[in-house]
Design a binder for this molecule. Structure first.
Ligand SMILES: C[C@@]1(CC(=O)O)c2cc3[nH]c(cc4nc(cc5[nH]c(cc(n2)[C@H]1CCC(=O)O)[C@@](C)(CC(=O)O)[C@@H]5CCC(=O)O)C(CC(=O)O)=C4CCC(=O)O)c(CCC(=O)O)c3CC(=O)O
Ligand SMILES: NC(=O)C1=CN([C@@H]2O[C@H](COP(=O)(O)OP(=O)(O)OC[C@H]3O[C@@H](n4cnc5c(N)ncnc54)[C@H](O)[C@@H]3O)[C@@H](O)[C@H]2O)C=CC1
Length: 223
C-alpha cells in the first residue's frame, strides 16, 4: 500500500453504517468535506458535521445510493457483511475509492485503509499496520502524539526562514544546511514547546553562529 495525503475538499464521502465505527470515520472525513452517512439507526456518537440519512438499503439498493450521491470515497461500516460486500462492488463500479471497515486483508486496487493520525497542523503523521493490527496503530499514535509537540510551529517557522533565505544570494546547499540546522536544534524546539523564549531569535542565532548568515530575529514569533 502506498501512503498518500488526499485532498477531499469539494468532494462527497458516503458512509454506510451509523454505529461506532461509521461515526468515527464520518467525523474524520466531515472535518474536510461533505460527508453523508446512510443508516437505519444512529448510535449515540458524534458524527461531526455529517449529513445523516435514515434508510436501510438492501444489498441491491446500494448501487442507487452511490449513484445518487456520486462520492469519491465510500466507507462500508455496516453490521451486515452482504451490504458491506455490495458497497464495495458499487463503489468500484462507480470508480470511487472504497474503505471496508470490516476487512483487514485481501484488498484490491482502489481500496484504502484509514490510518491512525496525529496532527499538529500543518504537520500530519499517519500510521498503518497494513490492516493487520489497528490496536497497534492506535498505541503508536498515542506515543507519537507527545513526540510531535511543537512540530506545527516548527513547520511555520522554517517555512518563513526558507522563504527569507531564498531571497538571499546563497547557494542552495548552504540554504539547505541552514534550514536543517534549525529543525535539528534543541534550543529552537525548546523555545517552540515552552514559549519561554523567542523561537525565531533562537533560529536566527543558529543560522548566524553556524553559517554566518544574518537573518532578522524579530520578524514574527511563530508561536
Ligand atoms: C483495516 C482497517 C480498515 C479501516 O477501517 O480502514 C481496520 C479494520 C478493523 N479494525 C478492527 C478493530 C479495531 N480498530 C480499532 C481502531 C482503529 N482502527 C483503525 C483503522 C483500521 N481498522 C484499518 C487498518 C489500520 C491499520 O493499517 O493499522 C484506526 C487506526 C483508524 C480509524 O478507524 O479511524 C483506529 C484507531 C484510531 C486511533 O485511535 O488513532 C481498534 C482499537 C480500539 O477500538 O481501541 C480495534 C479493536 C482492537 C483490534 O482488533 O485491533 C477490526 C476488527 C473488528 C471486529 O473484531 O469485529 C477490523 C476489521 C478486521 O480486522 O477484519
Ligand atoms: N475498522 C475499524 O476500526 C473497526 C471495524 N469494525 C467492523 O466495522 C463494522 C461496524 O462496527 P460497529 O460500528 O462497531 O457496529 P455497530 O453494530 O455499532 O454499527 C453498525 C451500524 O450499521 C447500521 N446498519 C445496519 N444495516 C445497515 C444497512 N443495510 N445500511 C446501512 N447501515 C446499516 C446499523 O444501524 C448500525 O448503525 C463491523 O463489521 C465491525 O466488525 C469493528 C471495530 C473497529
Amino acid at each position: 500500500m502506498v501512503p498518500l495525503f488526499h485532498d477531499f475538499s469539494g468532494e462527497t464521502v458516503l458512509v454506510f453504517g451509523g454505529g461506532r465505527v461509521g461515526a468515527r470515520k464520518a467525523r474524520r472525513f466531515a472535518r474536510e468535506t461533505r460527508t453523508v452517512v446512510v443508516s437505519p439507526a444512529f448510535g449515540e456518537y458524534g458524527f461531526g458535521d455529517s449529513e445523516l440519512v435514515r434508510a436501510a438499503p438492501s444489498a441491491d439498493d446500494v448501487d442507487d445510493w452511490v449513484e445518487r450521491f456520486d462520492p469519491v470515497l465510500v466507507v462500508a461500516a455496516t453490521s451486515q457483511e452482504t451490504v458491506n460486500e455490495a458497497v464495495e462492488v458499487a463503489a468500484r463500479d462507480h470508480g470511487a475509492l472504497v474503505n471496508r471497515a470490516d476487512h483487514s486483508g485481501g484488498r484490491d486496487a482502489g481500496s484504502v485503509v484509514v490510518p491512525a493520525t496525529v496532527e499538529d497542523s500543518p504537520v500530519t503523521v499517519a500510521i498503518s499496520t497494513g490492516g493487520t493490527s489497528p490496536a497497534l496503530s492506535k498505541y503508536l499514535r498515542e506515543r507519537i502524539e507527545t513526540e510531535l509537540d511543537g512540530a506545527g510551529a516548527m513547520a511555520a517557522l522554517t517555512a518563513e526562514l526558507r522563504t527569507e533565505l531564498k531571497t538571499r544570494d546563497l547557494s542552495p546547499s548552504k540554504r539547505r544546511d541552514a534550514v536543517r540546522a534549525v529543525v535539528r536544534s534543541s534550543p529552537v524546539w525548546k523555545a517552540l514547546r515552552t514559549g519561554d523564549s523567542n523561537a525565531r531569535e533562537e533560529a536566527a542565532r543558529v543560522i548566524g553562529n553556524e553559517f554566518g548568515i544574518d537573518v532578522d530575529d524579530t520578524r514574527g514569533d511563530s508561536r
